[in-house]
Design a protein around this ligand. Structure first.
Ligand code: E4P
Length: 217
C-alpha cells in the first residue's frame, strides 16, 4: 500500500519525506485555505520535495474550464496529478485529460457506482471519502470493499486512493481490503509508527543494556 499525506503544509511534508514515509501528496481547496499561501507556490514546492503524484484540485465546475485549469496546474511539474470532482463535467474532463496522458485523481466519491464511472472515464486514482461517510452513520469501509470488488471484476487499473482517513484503524482496514493508496493526515501518519508496548519494551532494553556496562564499539 502506498502512503500519501493529505496536507498543504510544506514543512510537514518535508519532514515526512525525510523519514521516507511518502509516496505522494493530496491537497484540496480547504487545505490550501488553511495554508494561506498562493496555491501554485505550494504545489511547486511540494513537487520539488516529493517524486510521487501530487494532487492539485481544479475549482472550475464546467468541463472545458476544468481542462484549462487542470493543464495550468499540470504545467507546474511533471508529477502534478489533476484533481477533479466526481460530477458529470468532472468525468468529461477526466476522459479528456487522461486521454492526453495527464494524471487525474477523481475526488469526492461516495458511492461504488460513482467509482465505476470514474474508472470508465480513465481516472488514474479514485478517492472514496471514508470518514465523511462514517460521519453520517454510513460505512466508509464498505465502500472501499465494494470498489475493490468492482474494479477486480472488470480489470480496471484505476487505483483506489482511500481518503478522508481519520484513524489508524481506517488505514488497517483499507489495507486489508486492498486499497492501493491511503492518503492520511500528518498526525495520523505519524501515529502509525507508535505502539505503547514498543516504547515500554525499548525502555526496558535500554535500561538493561546500560546495566551490563557494555558498549558496541
Ligand atoms: C482527499 O484527497 C481529501 O483531501 C481528504 O482526504 C478529505 O478529508 P476530510 O474529509 O478529512 O476533509
Amino acid at each position: 500500500m502506498k502512503f500519501f499525506v493529505d496536507t498543504a503544509d510544506v514543512a510537514e511534508i518535508r519532514e515526512l519525506a525525510n523519514a521516507s514515509l511518502l509516496d505522494g501528496v493530496t491537497t484540496n481547496p480547504s487545505l490550501i485555505k488553511k495554508a494561506d499561501r498562493p496555491m501554485k507556490d505550494i504545489i511547486a514546492e511540494i513537487c520539488d520535495i516529493v517524486d510521487g503524484p501530487v494532487s492539485a484540485e481544479v475549482t472550475a465546475t464546467e468541463a472545458s474550464e476544468m481542462v484549462r485549469e487542470g493543464k495550468i496546474l499540470a504545467a507546474i511539474a511533471d508529477n502534478v496529478c489533476i484533481k477533479l470532482p466526481l460530477t458529470m463535467d468532472g468525468l468529461k474532463a477526466c476522459n479528456e485529460l487522461t486521454g492526453e496522458g495527464f494524471l487525474v485523481n477523481v475526488t469526492l466519491c461516495f458511492s461504488a457506482v460513482q467509482a465505476l464511472l470514474a474508472a470508465k472515464a480513465g481516472a488514474t486514482f479514485i478517492s472514496p471519502f471514508i470518514g465523511r461517510l462514517d460521519d453520517i452513520n454510513l460505512d466508509g469501509m464498505e465502500l472501499i470493499a465494494d470498489i475493490r470488488r468492482i474494479y477486480d471484476n472488470y480489470g480496471f487499473d484505476t487505483e483506489i486512493l482511500a481518503a478522508s482517513i481519520r484513524t489508524m484503524n481506517h488505514v488497517r482496514e483499507a489495507a486489508l481490503i486492498g486499497a492501493d493508496v491511503a492518503t492520511v493526515p500528518p498526525a495520523t501518519l505519524r501515529g502509525l509508527v507508535k505502539h505503547p508496548l514498543t516504547d515500554k519494551g525499548l525502555e526496558t532494553f535500554l535500561a538493561d543494556w546500560k546495566a551490563t556496562g557494555q558498549t558496541i564499539a
